[in-house]
Every structure is written in C-alpha cells, then in structure tokens.
Design a protein around this ligand. Structure first.
Ligand code: NAI
Length: 319
C-alpha cells in the first residue's frame, strides 16, 4: 500500500535523470520528494512521470508491486531543498554536470543534514574527491552513477570518496538492489569510472577502424548490435572468455599471444574531429536524420527494445 512507504528519498534536480530516479524509488515503495531550482520544472517532471508510469502500466512494464496510482501517490514536489531533505534517508543529486554547481549544492546539503542520511551524486564523470572535498559529512557521501535510461538499464556505479564509510557504500548498495537496480562497487575512484572507460575503449577502436577505411560506419555498429552486444546483454567479457574455451585458464593459454599482438596494433587516441567526424555523421544521418523528431522517435524505439530485453533477462534469470 502507498501508506507503508519504505522510507523517504529526496531528489535534487528533476530533469531527465531526476525523474528516472523518482520513478525507480517510487517503484520500490519509497516516498519521493522532488526539488528543482525551477519550480515549473517540478510540475513538468510530475506530469512526465504520471504519463510515463501510465504507459508502462499499460505495457505491463511498470516496475515494483504497486500500481501506477499507488506509486504516483508516493511522489511529491517541494519548494526548497530544506523541505525536500526533511525526513529523508537518502538524497540523490541530479543537477547538471558542472563541478562548481554540484559543490555548491553539496555544501548546502551538508549544512542541512544530520549524521544518518546518505548524500549521493548522479554525476557521470566528476570524481568524488573533487565533489565532496571538505564536507563535514564526507563519510556519508557517494557517487551513484546511473546509465541512461535508468528505468531500463539497471546498472549503477557506486564510487566512494576515500573517506566514505563502508556503511555508506553498503547502505547504498542495498538501497539500489531494493529498487531493482544492479549496483557495482568501484573500489577506488578513477576517471571515467568503469562503464565509461569500457565505453570509450570501444568508441576509440570503432573510430580508428572507420578512420582507417577498414569498415564502414554502419557495418561498425553491426559489429556491436548483431555481434558482441548479443552476448554482452547476458554475460560480460570475462565470462565470455571463460565460456569460449575450457575455462579462463584455457582461454588465456590459447588466445594470450593473439590478444597481445592485436592490442599492440591499436592506434593513438583519435581526435574525434576533421574528415572522420564528417564521414561518420553523414552515415548516421542517412540512417537517422538528426532533426529532433527523428532522434526522439529512434530513442523511443531504443527504449522499447530495452524494455523488452529487460523482460527477457528477467525470464531467463528465473529459469
Ligand atoms: P538535466 O539538465 O535534464 O536536469 C538537471 C536539472 O537540474 C534541471 O531540471 C535543472 O533545472 C536542475 N537544476 C539546476 N540547478 C539546480 C539547483 N541549483 N538546484 C536544484 N536543481 C537544479 O540533466 P540530467 O541529464 O538529468 O543530468 C543530471 C545529472 O545526471 C548530471 O550530473 C549528469 O551527468 C548525470 N547523468 C546523466 C545521464 C544522461 O544520460 N542524461 C546519465 C547518467 C548520469
């Protein structure tokens, strides 16, 4: 029932990511208090969430055991940070990716909270040591980096500040699991965390292969969507190695030299500019013209695919 809320979560910044977090926490039965510097944005966020939840419910893809109306009744807007934070056990910051702005928000939150609340940032690439430096409640601070769109892609990277307490990491890990997300612990902060380091390694080699005229941009994307991505939706690169031979030791025995030879042939970091960006842009625009409507339609299709994939993954896990 909506009244038996699991706890209160405050969301600071109710744009794309703030709204997704709001929906996820409500799906886990948490009361959600949304705050944004733009009051109209809170109203817009509440409308978007209502629309989205109703669509998900109709499609049978609403997360959690509560109905859309029950989940919606758990979410409300707030007029100030202080009001949002009052009674919360976890604060999820979702303001734009700007170090100075985020530091200002965390300084404000630091003054408003007690010793029990978790202060969490959604940052994609700012390091916890920069974000949380000098805060009185640094032990309670953590990065919880979601992947877009978080409602369909469950991974959350948890990245502590060197002074974050293990209890904060454990609590946030448990909270993420409770709302159906898939948290991982990045044990030491590093630029790009884990996901973007892997993503940039792939982008980098993709770029070089197109730049050198080895494959076309559209074929390059097929390498992932109809090749590697097929299994990576279910098993990671390390398990792939384990399964592609008689275990990991056998894989390394067989493929070590070949992997090292190929890896040594990789070129330098691309510039991501000049004629190659023109070439790739042209190819992408043939497939999906870059006007806002066509891009939005393709994103909608992508999200529908991800929703179906999430359903399939659930089915496969329960077998
Ligand atoms: P957004 O621009 O959609 O939303 C940011 C919201 O913060 C806006 O509604 C804005 O009015 C509000 N805001 C600005 N200053 C504020 C303040 N002082 N107090 C309260 N609210 C304030 O941005 P988005 O995409 O939701 O990103 C938020 C965070 O999530 C960023 O750190 C971003 O790097 C991270 N992130 C974004 C992903 C994405 O694909 N969009 C994926 C993963 C993380």
């Amino acid at each position: 029932m909506a009244s038996s809320a699991a706890g209160v979560v405050a969301i600071v910044g109710s744009g794309l990511i703030g709204q997704s977090w709001g929906m996820l926490f409500a799906s886990g039965g948490f009361k959600v208090k949304l705050y944004d510097i733009e009051q109209q944005q809170v109203t817009k966020a509440l409308e978007n969430i209502r629309k989205e939840m109703k669509l998900l419910e109709q499609a049978g893809s609403l997360k959690g055991s509560l109905s859309a109306e029950e989940q919606l009744s758990l979410i409300r807007g707030c007029a100030s940070v202080e009001e949002a934070v009052e009674g919360a056990m976890h604060i999820q910051e979702c303001v734009p990716e700007n170090l100075e702005l985020k530091r200002k928000i965390f300084a404000q939150l630091d003054r408003a909270v007690d010793d029990t609340i978790v202060l969490s940032s959604s940052t994609s690439c700012l390091l916890p040591s920069q974000l949380f430096a000098g805060l009185a409640h640094v032990k309670q601070c953590i990065v919880a980096h979601p992947v877009n769109p978080p409602y369909y892609v469950p991974l959350v990277e948890l990245v502590p500040h060197p002074e974050t307490s293990p209890a904060t990491v454990d609590r946030t890990h448990a909270l993420m699991q409770k709302i159906g997300q898939s948290p991982i612990r990045v044990l030491k902060e590093i630029d790009g965390f884990a996901l973007n380091r892997l993503q940039y390694a792939i982008i980098s080699e993709a770029w070089r292969l197109v730049q050198e005229g080895i494959v076309s941009p559209s074929d390059l994307d097929l390498v992932m969507s109809d090749g590697l991505g097929m299994r990576y939706a279910f098993i990671g690169p390390l398990e792939t190695m384990h399964l592609n031979a008689e275990g990991m030791l056998s894989y390394c025995d067989r493929y070590r030299e070949g992997m090292k030879r190929v890896l040594k042939s990789f070129g330098p970091v691309p510039e991501f500019s000049g004629p190659t960006v023109e070439k790739i842009n042209q190819a992408m625009c043939v497939k999906i013209p870059d006007d806002p409507d066509r891009l939005a339609a393709r994103r909608k299709w992508r999200d529908e695919c991800l929703m179906s994939l999430a359903r399939l993954k659930r089915q496969m896990q329960s077998q």
